[in-house]
Design a protein around this ligand. Structure first.
Ligand code: NJP
Length: 231
């Protein structure tokens, strides 16, 4: 029986999620990678397999609860367990409220808030059963810092913050841990077709991945981590 631990990473087709996948593959993790873009997902999976990891691609749209349920079922059927859930996927719609649509706000809440709640709900029972597990959530400094043009993004990140801090309270007497990471700006594709131009005030996705690994290596400590370059 393969005893290598399993990580489930949402939003693993690029950016921070892909960087986490590559690092965890090097650390000996088996991986379930979720995103919509199958070609991008397979390209990340191919890179993780260079580290000889067992990697399952889960093509799913986090705006669709049925996709999420199918992805979790496929993952548990394949691996039998998930040790670490990384709620990373996120979208951002920015701008004055008059320029934003209700559909954008709803998508923002669905992907960032509802999907990470549902993934946690579906994967927690098997963690409780084994009395072992870790949830790592990629939030944002925008979860504590409102800014002009951030009405929908900040709403989603404040909501995730409240949700996962509540979950920390709910699980405080359990062996399952919840840790929240609050990055500042990161050099990724976020909201773009191409990666943003590297800027010295931005973190690299690989630095966020290292923070994730440090938390895994310390079994969920710290429960809250803020990382950024200067703004
Ligand atoms: O973004 P990006 P990041 N269903 O755009 C996936 C937070 N953060 O890595 O579906 C399923 O490169 C998408 O895949 P695809 C941020 O809020 C960032 O920067 O194939 N998957 C891709 O893999 C977010 O929570 C910054 O398009 C969906 C991934 O999500 C996290 O970091 C600063 C999906 C997004 O990759 C990762 O963002 C900060 C859907 N409906 C916090 N929609 C920053 N970059 O500056 C998207 O404080 N995905």
């Amino acid at each position: 029986m393969n005893r290598a631990p399993v990580a489930f990473i949402s939003g693993a087709s690029r950016g921070i999620g892909a960087a986490i996948a590559l690092l965890l593959a090097q650390k000996g993790y088996r991986l379930a990678l979720l995103a919509r873009n199958e070609a991008d997902l397979r390209s990340v999976a191919a890179q993780t397999r260079l580290a000889a990891t067992d990697c399952l691609c889960l093509v799913a749209d986090l705006q669709r609860p049925a996709d999420i349920e199918t992805a979790v079922s496929r993952c548990l059927a394949h691996f039998g367990r998930v040790d670490v859930l990384i709620n990373n996927a996120g979208i951002g719609h920015f701008g004055p409220i008059e320029k934003l649509s209700l559909e954008q706000f709803q998508a923002q809440l669905q992907v960032n808030v509802v999907a990470s709640w549902l993934l946690s709900k579906l994967l927690l029972p098997q963690m409780h059963q084994r009395d072992h597990g870790l949830l790592i959530n990629i939030l944002s400094d925008a979860a504590r810092r409102p800014f002009a043009g951030g009405s929908t993004y900040c709403a989603s990140k404040f909501a995730q913050d409240g949700m996962f801090r509540s979950l920390q309270e709910e699980l405080k007497n359990s062996s399952v841990k919840v840790s929240n990471i609050y990055p500042g700006l990161v050099n990724t594709y976020f909201n773009n077709k191409t990666p943003s131009a590297p800027q010295p005030n931005k973190l690299e996705a690989a630095e966020v991945a290292v923070a994730v690994w440090d938390i895994i290596a310390r079994n969920g400590e710290p429960s809250e981590l803020h990382i950024s370059r200067s703004h």
